[in-house]
Design a binder for this molecule. Structure first.
Ligand code: ATP
Length: 344
């Protein structure tokens, strides 16, 4: 049985159908990440699950019980917001204990839970401070701590790291992963950052325009995207997409017939640079990004296609150099003109 089940979930804002009938089964303990471009409906879907928005169609159930129209406070879910939403005049300890106090829990139990959460989140020495005396990363940890002390059935995170700088974001991401490993709580996490999605999720749900495009483990999405949209959304740098009009003769010769007029998709690691005149494409180097452990080389082919190659070794190439690129066509993704997958 699914732990949390969404069946035909719909949401309208006026005439606008923002969520268009979503079906999803979440297993106990799973870490699910909703990703998708701005406006695809990921925050709305999370807010519907949280009970912060009214569900206009479909059914939501938790452990087999219909909670579609249950008030948020009765759902036994805890949400962590991007903006932290801490009470500014309360100390860290008071912020963390507030919900339990409201629920009338005994003081000893509250103290014990706050102490444990503070310990897990490395907040023990800040318990008496107010939020304004904390850094952004510490505030976010308090917001997470407030959710932990409630021991909810499901944790909901709405872009919790987007107000943090890059270094702190990476660090907090690892803390969230560890927390999930230690607590094993069912978690739904919204982000537009596909690196967060890939690193945190057991399964990723890719949304577009109020609908699910694909659900799968991070590597399933990376290796077997259901269509061109998912292929381009997952992976950094993005998958190279070459439309038919930019194909070299060598690509045309090997393309499956259903992909003609469509496009070929190649991950950056499937583009191998060299100076071999018999390689699949020839071109010029636009930019070289030496990142230390890997090098990204951006080229424009003689057919006008833009390609990025990922190399694990350092490169003697420079801007403006002539270059050839061999393409690992056995690992290529072929798409028809509508962006649907074509089998090679
Ligand atoms: P972002 O990454 O930009 O936060 P999102 O994927 O979370 O985007 P939502 O915030 O869920 O997207 O919005 C989905 C759609 O619903 C958008 O078209 C948005 O304009 C619309 N929408 C969201 N909230 C409301 C609202 N309160 N009133 C009217 N329309 C809304």
């Amino acid at each position: 049985m699914a732990y949390l089940q969404l069946q035909g979930i719909e949401k309208f804002f006026g005439d606008h159908r923002a969520i268009k009938g979503i079906d999803l089964e979440i297993k106990p303990g799973e870490f699910i990440v909703f990703v998708g471009p701005s406006g695809c409906g990921k925050s709305t879907l999370l807010r519907l699950i949280a009970g912060l928005e009214h569900i206009d169609g479909g059914t939501l159930s938790l452990e087999g019980r219909d909670i579609t129209h249950l008030p948020s406070s009765k759902r036994d879910l805890a949400m962590v917001f991007q903006s932290y939403a801490l009470y500014p005049h309360m100390s860290v300890a008071e912020n963390m204990s507030f919900a339990l106090k409201l629920a009338g829990a005994p003081k000893a139990e509250i103290d014990e839970k706050v102490k444990k959460a503070a310990d897990i989140l490395d907040l023990t020495k800040y318990l008496e401070r107010t939020p304004k005396e904390l850094s952004g990363g510490q505030r976010q940890r308090v917001a997470i701590g407030r959710a932990i002390v409630r021991a909810p059935k499901v944790f909901l995170f709405d872009e919790p790291l987007s107000n943090l700088d890059a270094a702190l974001r990476g660090q907090t991401r690892i803390e969230i992963a560890k927390l999930h490993r230690d607590l094993g709580a069912t978690t739904i996490y919204v982000t537009h950052d596909q690196v967060e999605a890939m690193t945190l999720a057991d399964r990723v749900v890719v949304l577009r325009d109020g609908l699910i495009e694909q659900v799968g483990t991070p590597l399933e999405l990376y290796d077997n995207p259901a269509n061109q949209f998912v292929a381009q959304f997952i992976g950094t740098p993005q998958m190279n997409i070459l439309p038919y009009k930019q194909w070299s003769a060598a690509i045309k010769a090997l393309a499956p017939s259903a992909a003609k007029e469509g496009s070929i998709g190649l991950r950056p690691e499937c583009v191998v640079l060299g100076s071999d005149a018999s390689a699949k494409v020839q071109g010029k180097v636009d930019v070289v990004e030496a990142l230390g452990a890997e090098t990204l080389v951006y080229i424009t082919t003689n057919e006008g296609a833009q390609l990025v190659a990922r190399q694990s070794e350092r490169t003697p190439l420079h801007m403006g150099d002539t270059v050839s690129a061999d393409l690992a066509l056995d690992q290529a993704h072929w798409f028809d003109s509508k962006g649907r997958v074509v089998k090679a």
